[in-house]
Write a protein that binds this ligand. Structure first.
Ligand SMILES: [Zn+2]
Length: 401
């Protein structure tokens, strides 16, 4: 077998480009040291990446009177970029970023939440996408990847939104509708690109896993509904991970509870879903007038200051969230549990309840008890996760970027 098959070469190109993206001005020798590749191999791989317009050499830096000058490598100034579009309950947002994760352009527009009208919202999302794509074209940057993130479950072939309760959508072919409205998306597809459609909880979980570390992460996100995912490290140095989508909002945690829209009784969303908590706290009208984000911020503030009924409503919900986490934690034994969305700010309450209900045998927990942490990434977790996911996929075959 030849020493450097095309597969091995692709892998090594990804390793080298990954070091350039992660590193702060690495020289060829640094990359050889970090990757275990020979200096000659690194030199040849870097030459390919420079030819492809992905990497460039910086000016030679000679430290004052010390050592030999170094030539460091950075991502090329006009390297292709990644485009992420995010559709949430209130806004359509488009963000362009470099392969290294640096944000280049962003636009966010309120879509006014026209219930049950996908075409109206797709128009706003398409405008946001085309605006950011236009700025990238003006800067001479090609688009390497497009990912559309929704606050809803996705599935099917071709992939589509399965149902979005925030927007009163049933099954919607969002990419198909977007293709017809966005010139940037249509052009990306004509050039052979394959846009992706993903659920926010999945990509946000990837970002949390990268931020928090640990082998196994359990992620629960409550923003409009409740979703989640389990992330497992791949066990090698590829940075890859295994993502298991988890419909945490529909775990039936309340015996004989009220019927859920999904057909079961006592799902977590029926007792801890954001709309339920807002209605019970008298904040339903604020949500209708100012949007879900504003209403949930008011809810968190009231809980923190001990205002009733929000404080009692939250205590009940936190107990059910803790019970749900317990069921999953006893199944997958996570090293860490991260809460995203509005519950991030209230994670300490859930952590306390989660600890209090752990099963014990002879005073010892049945399994090591994972800490429950609030996300520190905020509303951008899904955007960063989508960006990171795009980068990992592009690094698998750098010359195809
Ligand atoms: Zn349900």
């Amino acid at each position: 077998m030849p020493l450097a098959t095309p597969d091995v070469r692709r892998h090594n190109l990804g390793l080298v480009l990954g070091r350039v993206l992660e590193g702060a001005g690495e020289a060829r020798a640094d990359i050889a040291g970090a990757t275990g590749l020979s200096r000659g191999a690194v030199t040849s791989l870097v030459a390919e990446l420079i030819d492809a317009g992905l990497v460039e050499e910086s000016d030679v830096v000679a430290p004052a009177g010390m050592g030999r000058p170094r030539t460091t490598l950075t991502l090329a100034a006009a390297a292709p970029c990644v485009l992420i579009a995010l559709l949430d309950a209130d806004h359509a947002t488009a963000v362009a970023g470099t392969l290294a994760g640096e944000e280049l352009a962003r636009t966010s527009r309120s879509h006014g939440r026209p219930m049950g009208d996908p075409a109206a919202i797709v128009g706003v999302l398409a405008d946001a996408l085309d605006d950011v794509a236009g700025r990238m074209a003006a800067a001479g940057r090609r688009i390497a990847d497009v990912c559309v993130v929704v606050w809803a479950p996705v599935g099917g072939t071709p992939v589509r939104v399965l149902a979005d309760t925030d927007l009163a959508w049933g099954e919607v072919d969002l990419l198909g509708l977007l293709r017809a409205r966005s010139t940037a998306l249509a052009a990306f597809e004509r050039a052979g690109g394959e846009p992706r459609l993903v659920s926010d909880a999945e990509v946000a979980a990837l970002a949390e896993h990268a931020a928090v570390g640990g082998a196994t992460l359990l992620y629960l996100k409550a923003d409009s509904g409740i979703g989640g995912a389990v992330v497992l490290a791949a066990g090698d140095d590829s940075g890859a991970r295994v993502l298991l989508p988890a419909a945490l909002g529909h775990l039936p945690v309340v015996p004989d509870g009220v019927r859920c829209a999904c057909g079961q009784c006592g799902c977590l969303v029926t007792v801890a879903g954001p709309d339920v908590l807002l209605a019970r706290s008298g904040l339903g009208a604020l949500a209708a007038d100012e949007g879900l984000t504003v209403a949930l911020e008011a809810f968190v503030t009231q809980v923190r200051t001990g205002d009733e009924p929000a404080a009692s409503v939250w205590r009940g919900a936190a107990r059910e969230i803790a019970r749900t986490l317990q069921i999953v934690a006893l199944t997958v034994a996570p090293d860490v549990i991260v809460l995203g969305g509005f519950v991030a700010a209230l994670a300490a309450d859930v952590d306390e309840m989660f600890r209090a209900i752990q099963p014990r045998i002879a005073h010892a927990p049945v399994l090591p008890v994972a800490p429950v942490l609030g996300s520190t990434l905020g509303a951008d977790a899904a955007l960063w996760g989508a960006q990171r996911d795009a980068r990992l996929r592009l690094l698998a075959d750098p010359l195809a970027i």
